[in-house]
Design a protein around this ligand. Structure first.
Ligand code: ATP
Ligand code: MG
Length: 754
């Protein structure tokens, strides 16, 4: 396609952005308005007009997004597109750090610790320091350190700055500085970086080595950033520095879709951009091309409730489309079934494929009921994130062997494999090895490899055996064997495959298959024409950044229903979208109810979810679900009430309730379960559940008084029997026709005065 062809598929402001010459450009526009499309075409056009693709840096949010972008550009300009520096911040800067590793005292095959590795390392440090692990939870400590790194605060900065420490000290975590320092030292000694280090160290590299910065500033003639609203300070500084010479920087984003504040993403970047680049050209895109007008308007009605947002207007000339179905289910299992059935029917009626559907949820743990239901109906699905292939235990185990074979300073890999399969080397022995290493001022591997010099006792033999095993693997690397030859040997010689093979349980079998599948993948890697470097270390590098959101499709089989968290759905689009689990405490999440900012972020997340849908959107919620092993009654999410009600089709709820009165045993079982578990209080069951009036909108309950008649979204009609307005939380006790007396917090209650 020549560029005139694609230019003709753009509207005026989009074309302006694609044709924009040199200098900074910013596009802040609503969802589905073509921001990513503009970036894609702009890159294609730059290449067509003679810009060397090696000199274009394009930063996207997921590897999946960059893959899609690259293949579109390839469609327009051919294989030259493969040379663009394109990927996530983490993958692009990991690549640069490998090239420049020596400046920072690392070797270029440094390991990348994933979150599990980091937390496990922290856990051991917390233990070594004899700190109370109820106060110093590895999770919390990890988040504190991560937060500091994202704000470019080093361990020393942290320790020397009383203001930074205040929060942690208030939380009785006085030792965070020391933990941070030790953690950083240990990572460095292990020749390992965690995810945050990839950005943190890039900043250090560019700050302390002006020659290196100079090289990349001149290399990258054009810098582009998609999803700019979610860049954190550290990412922003990197892009700002890199584009300081050519000043050809294009950023696109949508403040209404900023959903990573918890990771340090900073909306102020958008505001700062105008300060840092005062001559920035700003282009607005206002037309949504993705969704029906029902979906666009519903999304606008939700986001309008947020107080803090940039002024922006979005419209669409697309068809009105159908109303948003609201599906009510008795339990989470029923929610799974109702949605699987809806997909099945919609596929039949409209001749759609699986890939047209996406199920979006707030937390990964919700996927189970949908998986089970889809499986029963024989509908193929794919989970993006969560239990992604590379997160499975057996895969991590083998990868740890591979990592340790390449880098014997990788402490986390060492801990994972030293006693796997079991060879009688317990935690105490491992701790002793660590102590011996530090007493003698040598690496752990030095102790293992020469264990006879360091100790005696009954654990010597297995340690020596392990050492010999690793040495034999290292020889394969030195002989220049390829990644597949080495890995398949390691899988067998280590005993991993045998152990799984001998475990005849269903799980054992599937683990065994997973390991086989990993080996298949390595074989594919080695055999691919695109792989120049077939070494084990090159393979490890290629998988080290397969984040949750980037699970490869099995067998190129794309026709699957997609399931994922809303966070990983950003930037994507699907014909039919189900937003599930719309219940209080689940979405909005219980953890996000403490401040207006948090609630607004949660609402932006809802906005992101809604705007993924092209033709058809459905909402669902369950009246009860298991949480931490216990059955819990749920209230519909406030977000359901925030959508302008004329866009909703609540008839589905009636249908669902009716269905449940006549449906088969499982539902009855679920219902009985609800009743049993909640004996003390009358249960809300199908027979007694309330179908709210179509125009149900909670009214201001401030004047509410005893004797008032009210309608509650879930409990139905009732009369106020008592008011309690003295505490900080105003409460009303209401006697409902269906479920009896309940006390409600008025700030939360979905209550309407009749
Ligand atoms: P998000 O904020 O969700 O990332 P976006 O602004 O990046 O959205 P795109 O994904 O680029 O939007 O575009 C949304 C959809 O609209 C895509 O399917 C894209 O191909 C289509 N589209 C964009 N511009 C046009 C246009 N001028 N004509 C036809 N289709 C368009
Ligand atoms: Mg986009």
């Amino acid at each position: 396609m020549n560029h005139n062809d694609y230019l003709s598929t753009l509207n005026e402001p989009q074309r302006e952005a694609v044709l924009h010459g040199n200098g900074p450009l910013m596009i802040i526009a609503g969802a589905g308005s073509g921001k990513t499309r503009v970036l894609t075409y702009r890159i294609a056009r730059l290449i067509e007009t003679g810009v060397d693709p090696f000199r274009i840096l394009s930063l996207t949010f997921t590897n999946k997004a960059s893959g899609e972008m690259r293949s579109r550009i390839e469609g327009a300009v051919g294989t030259e597109a493969r040379n663009i520096w394109m990927g996530t911040f983490h993958s692009v800067f990991a690549k640069i750090l490998r090239i420049e590793a020596r400046y920072l005292g690392y070797t270029s095959d440094f390991s990348i610790y994933d979150t599990d590795d980091s937390k496990s390392l922290l856990r051991s440090i917390i233990k070594e320091y004899n700190l109370d692990d109820k106060v110093y939870k590895a999770n919390v400590v990890f988040n504190r350190i991560s937060g500091a790194k994202n704000r470019l605060i080093s361990a020393d900065d942290y320790i020397n700055n009383a203001i930074i420490q205040q929060d942690d000290e208030a939380a009785k975590m006085k030792e965070i500085g020391r933990l941070y320092k030790t953690y950083a030292t240990r990572c460095f000694q292990a020749n390992a970086m965690d995810f945050d280090d990839l950005l943190f160290n890039t900043n250090v590299l560019f700050r302390d080595f002006p020659d290196v910065l100079y090289k990349y500033q001149h290399k990258f003639q054009h810098v582009m950033v998609d999803e700019f609203q979610d860049t954190n300070v550290s990412q922003y500084l990197i892009t700002r520095k890199l584009s300081a010479v050519h000043r050809n920087i294009v950023v696109v984003g949508d403040d209404a879709q900023s959903i990573y504040a918890f990771r340090g993403a900073n909306i102020e970047n958008i505001l700062n951009f105008e300060k840092d680049f005062p001559d920035v050209r700003v282009i607005k895109l206002e037309q949504n091309y993705r969704s029906t007008s029902t979906i666009v308007n519903a999304a606008n009605s939700v986001i309008a409730r947020n107080k803090s947002q940039l002024e922006k207007h979005t419209f669409t000339s697309n068809e009105e489309g159908s109303l948003i179905d609201v599906i009510k289910a008795g339990s989470d299992n029923e929610e799974g079934r109702l949605i699987a059935t809806a997909i099945f029917e919609e596929k039949m009626q409209k001749a759609l494929r699986n890939e047209h559907f996406a199920i979006l949820y707030r937390t990964n743990a919700q996927s189970r009921s949908f998986e089970e239901a889809l499986r029963k109906l024989g509908i193929k699905y794919r989970i993006v994130g969560g239990q992604s292939f590379y997160q499975r235990k057996e895969i991590k185990d083998l990868l740890a062997y591979l990592r340790f074979t390449v880098n014997q300073r990788d402490e986390e890999a060492f801990k994972r494999i030293i006693n796997l399969p079991k060879r009688g080397i317990g935690d105490t022995t491992v701790a002793k090895i660590a102590v011996t290493a530090s007493e003698n001022n040598v690496a752990i591997w030095d102790v293992v490899a020469n264990i006879n010099q360091y100790g005696t006792g009954r654990t010597i033999a297995p340690i020596e055996g392990f050492g010999t095993l690793i040495k034999s693997f290292k020889i394969l690397v030195e002989e220049g064997k390829d990644a597949y030859e080495i890995s398949s040997h390691i899988a067998k010689a280590s005993g991993i495959l045998r152990e799984l093979y001998e475990d005849k349980t269903v799980e054992g079998l599937s683990r065994y298959e997973n390991v086989q599948e990993l080996l298949n993948g390595i074989k594919e890697f080695v055999d691919s024409d695109e792989t120049e470097d077939k070494s084990l270390s090159a393979f490890l590098q290629s998988v080290s950044l397969l984040t949750n959101a980037d699970e490869p499709d099995d067998n190129n089989d794309h026709d699957r229903v997609t399931m994922m968290t809303i966070h990983s759905a950003k930037g994507l689009e699907f014909r039919n979208v189900f937003i599930v689990g719309l219940e209080e405490d689940l979405f909005p999440s219980q953890m996000m109810l403490e401040s207006r900012q948090d609630l607004e972020e949660e609402r932006r997340l809802f906005y992101v979810a809604i705007t993924r849908a092209e033709k058809k959107l459905s909402f669902s919620y369950a009246e009860s679900r298991y949480q931490w092993g216990r059955l819990k009654m749920c209230e519909p999410s406030r977000f359901l009430l925030e959508v302008e009600q004329k866009y909703l089709n609540v008839n589905k709820m009636v249908q669902s309730a009716l269905e449940r009165d006549t449906t088969p045993p499982v539902t009855t079982f679920a219902r009985n379960l609800v009743q049993r578990k909640t004996e003390a209080k009358p249960a809300v069951t199908a027979a007694t559940s309330h179908v709210p009036s179509a125009d149900f909108v909670p009214t201001d309950t401030f004047d509410l008084a005893e004797g008032d008649k009210v309608e509650h979204l879930k409990f139905g009609f009732g009369v106020v029997t008592k008011m309690d307005v003295n505490g900080t939380d105003r409460k009303a006790t209401v006697k409902f026709d269906l479920v009896g007396e309940k006390t409600l917090l008025l700030s939360f209650a979905k209550l309407r005065v009749m």
